[in-house]
Write a protein that binds this ligand. Structure first.
Ligand SMILES: [Zn+2]
Length: 472
């Protein structure tokens, strides 16, 4: 079974978009020509396959008038012929039913089915009449698509967490580079659909080649916020990987206690060595300060946390074809050393594991991972956009007068960032803050006095479901 996946362009330059639209328009003329010539009873009567059509066009120079590259028109001919084939197959289903109604004779049925299948129905009056009746003459309605063969495109990672898809343009050796909103490279034959200034990149992955753990994703679009008590909270309000917090804090406690004991033993050993009791110092070092058990425990803990995080990501992908998340691969102040602070080391490490899990599970299960700029997503109210107060796992928006579950509020903000035209992945932190403030200031000047508005009181009453009470 094939599963279709879609990647989207992000902030595509209008000039490039216009060039793609022009290419799709020219390819649309090719589709129309194919339908015109081969999309009818007469056309199919000729029994041509797409390869023969291509050879014929090459021979008589039909292709020259369209002004597109060779591979583009060939792929388009193939695609249009496949559309015609699908249209024909649908008609044949009706005709087969008519055959069954017409005769009970198995030999006669078989003869007609065979003729139908081999497109030899023109010579049979009954079949020819039925085909004319059921096969309505189709026409091309596709003027916004570009089909790109698997070996004609490639992706480039720009080192800033963005993937660019390079596809042929109208001129030879001049690729059009499309910035994608995902880090998963589209594979195989691509169908670019141009809609509303954005490019949708449709491609197929083979679901049958997936192991059971690689079952296809769901079809929703969800935002996720990475947390400490839960691995992830999604924008529907569902927590995933809820045991993470307990695992990390007990490990942290254990490590602090163990490090304390080891420090004490080390000091005893050092004192003994200074006293000249090297035998005792050696004994402590061998028996109490070894690394075998310590390393084994550390490995076991790491494996448990990885399982919890990967399971959490799988739960998210179970429902989502598109996962929108903070760009966790981005480093803030990269050279900062974490020193001996156990909690910070654990948090940094789990962040890395979460980034790895999001990327690898998306890749394997064919969902699309969209990294977004997460600046201020935990400080702003997702409903009104104003900055609120966060205390613990609660987020309080004084303007809306609502307390949200902080992680859910952040996840919804992250979801909304994917469609935010002003805030790009690498928009600086202070710019993001300014943009958010400008937006709420605009609202304030345009709207009447807010706090006394009956609509607000009503909204407050109608939104208890998003507040903390339902998330316990
Ligand atoms: Zn608010």
């Amino acid at each position: 079974m094939k599963v279709t996946r879609i990647a989207y362009s992000t902030r595509l330059n209008p000039g490039k978009y216009a060039a793609l639209v022009e290419q799709a328009r020219r390819l649309g003329r090719i589709r129309s020509e194919v339908w015109q010539r081969y999309g009818s009873i007469a056309g199919v009567g000729s029994g041509l396959r797409d390869r023969q059509v291509r050879d014929r066009w090459l021979a008589d120079g039909t292709h020259v008038q369209f002004g597109v590259l060779a591979n583009a028109w060939k792929e388009t001919v193939r695609d249009a012929m496949a559309d015609i084939g699908a249209n024909l197959a649908a008609a044949k289903v009706e005709v087969r039913r008519a055959v069954i109604r017409r005769t009970n004779d198995p030999a006669e049925r078989t003869r007609m089915f065979t003729a139908l299948k081999a497109d030899r129905w023109a010579g049979d009056p009954f079949l020819a009449r039925q085909m004319r009746m059921h096969w309505k003459r189709g026409r091309n309605r596709t003027h916004d698509q570009i089909v790109v063969r698997a070996d004609k495109h490639h992706t480039i990672a720009d080192g800033r967490g963005r993937l660019w898809l390079a596809v042929p343009g109208l001129e030879r050796r001049k690729m059009v580079k499309i910035p994608l909103s995902t880090t998963v490279a589209p594979k195989g034959t691509l169908r670019l659909i141009l809609r509303g200034g954005r490019v949708e990149v449709h491609y197929q992955i083979d679901a049958s080649q997936m192991r059971s753990s690689q079952r296809p994703s769901g079809d929703a679009t969800v935002g996720v916020d990475k947390g400490y008590t839960e691995a992830l909270t999604d924008s529907d309000g569902d927590p995933h990987g809820t045991r993470l917090g307990q695992m990390l804090s007990s490990e942290s406690d254990r490590l602090k206690e163990r490090n304390r004991r080891r420090a004490k033993l080390r000091s005893i050993a050092n004192t003994a060595a200074l006293r000249g009791d090297h035998a005792k110092a050696h004994r402590i070092k061998i028996n109490n300060l070894g690394t075998v058990k310590r390393d084994r425990q550390a490995a076991r803990h790491r494996a448990q946390v990885r399982t919890e995080i990967f399971t959490a990501v799988h739960r998210v992908v179970d429902k989502a074809a598109t996962v929108i998340a903070e760009d966790l691969t981005r480093k803030f102040g990269g050279r900062k050393t974490l020193g001996k602070n156990v909690n910070r080391r654990l948090a940094a490490w789990t962040k890395g594991v979460t980034a790895e899990a999001l990327a690898s599970v998306s890749e394997r299960r064919g969902s699309v991972l969209v990294p977004v700029n997460a600046a201020y997503t935990s400080q702003a109210c997702h409903r009104c956009g104003r900055f609120g107060r966060r205390s613990g796992d609660r987020f309080h928006c004084t303007w809306c007068g609502v307390v949200w579950q902080a992680d859910v509020n952040a996840a919804i903000n992250i979801l909304q960032r994917a469609g935010d035209a002003d805030i790009a992945l690498h928009t600086p932190h202070h710019r993001v803050k300014q943009i958010l403030q400008d937006r709420t200031d605009r609202h304030r000047t345009r709207l009447p006095v807010q706090d006394s508005s009956p609509a607000i009181a009503e909204r407050r009453a109608n939104h208890p479901n998003r507040s903390t009470t339902s998330n316990n």
